[in-house]
Ligand binder design. Sequence first.
Ligand code: KIV
Ligand code: ZN
Length: 515
Amino acid sequence: MSNKLIIFDTTLRDGEQSPGASMTLDEKVRIAKALERMRVDVIEAGFPIASPGDFDAVKAVAEAIKDSTVCGLARALDKDIERAGEALRNANSGRIHTFIATSPIHMKMKLRMEPDQVVEQAVRAVKKARQYTDNVEFSPEDAGRSELDFLCRVLEAVIDAGAGTVNIPDTVGYNVPDQFGSLIHSLRERVPNSDKAVFSVHCHNDLGLATANSLSAVLNGARQVECTINGLGERAGNAALEEVVMTVKTRKDIFPCTVSHIDTTQIMNCSRLVSGITGFAVQPNKAIVGANAFAHESGIHQDGVLKSRETYEIMRAEDIGLTTNRMVLGKHSGRNAFRTRLGELGVEFKSEAELNDAFARFKELADKKHEIFDEDLQALVTETNLEMENERVQLVALRVCSETGEKPEATVTVGFDGAELESVSQGGGPVDAAFKAIEKVINSGTNLQLYSVNNITSGTDSQGEVTVRLEKGGRIVNGQGSDTDIVIASAKAYVNALNKVLASKQRAHPQTGDV
Ligand code: KIV
Ligand code: ZN
């Protein structure tokens, strides 16, 4: 058995299934390139049949990525597989990942199919996918609640049909580490042709066990882990890539396999990129990438770390690409220094006009904020990208009056479908007043589900990064905005979310929706 652990990232597919985490084509390509720089083995780019936009995004990722394998998801249906094959046509290395549910509850209630029919459809799907590529993965959805004998039967049949990877999903996050490890062990023992395929796992985090279950599977012979940056994913998310990779790297003494091909110094960059684009902030105490993960607050710890870092540190901050906040650029930095530093962060500009736009924003920011850090640059580029083509709403001007004993009042000028409109509103606070004034003009009828502010770096001159989540008719979007003035950052985030609501189109969910 190979001692390489294959890292399969599904941030762009399962990650995007988190309500509100949808990404544009350009954002997906940016994240894919960052994953490729990390030398992730497989990038699952999406579910091509979900919508024309999803198809285009998988195709664009397949065309932009040269070193990693690009994968497209397809239900075990001819039309899904044809669409995935088409989207991956220009990939240097493409994989089709096809799946069908195998648990009694899913077969009976969701598929309304008999077990024999499920086996037949699974085999047919793998054979069909093999017409497009030699690299086919099969998943028995809800394997974590499937019957062992039936699972063995399905896996033997799909391996015979040509699946080179068989992925065991704990779709609903129900399993616990010992039991899930034993499941992988039993499958490898009992499936007669198990040596002909790589065993993979895909764990959800409903009980907070996704990483532990994945690693237990690795100890029992799994050689591919499906994971996402920051643990993003459906409901409570998937196993976090950074946790899986850093555990295997740190505990070489325990794991019989290696992740030495992964460039872990790209972890922080990817984490910030994904949280900036999706608006899903990383909790401060999140393992590996949380703001406190390498902060030593207590005097005893600080003293120990200063004497010898190993007293309290099991990993080096540099290994995940965490450099101490250093001022990277300032007011006098020129275009070249700006372009070079962003290049080092993996940001390429598509045109001179895009570079000029970002550079103008940088100069504006440098006027307000003396020291510009990597985090500021990343937020600035995210914001440049956030401005969507043909956006219908623009924030033209905002004035807010906030005074002790008085109700805050906001006056906004908003561009809407080409017209400039002004409105005034009072609110419980300055942000509330600003949102109400904007809503008076747009009349979106959306519900605000979440409002959160984070400071990008430290200090009161830091930029505030705001996320606004809006819901309308069951569709959820996240908007982001950043500025040194948090009321303006909030208004930008609200306008960004409104543009997404106005542009959002129907798309299917691979596991629960119809296409
Ligand atoms: O959780 C799951 O079962 C999935 C499959 C499509 C692999 O995401
Ligand atoms: Zn999943």
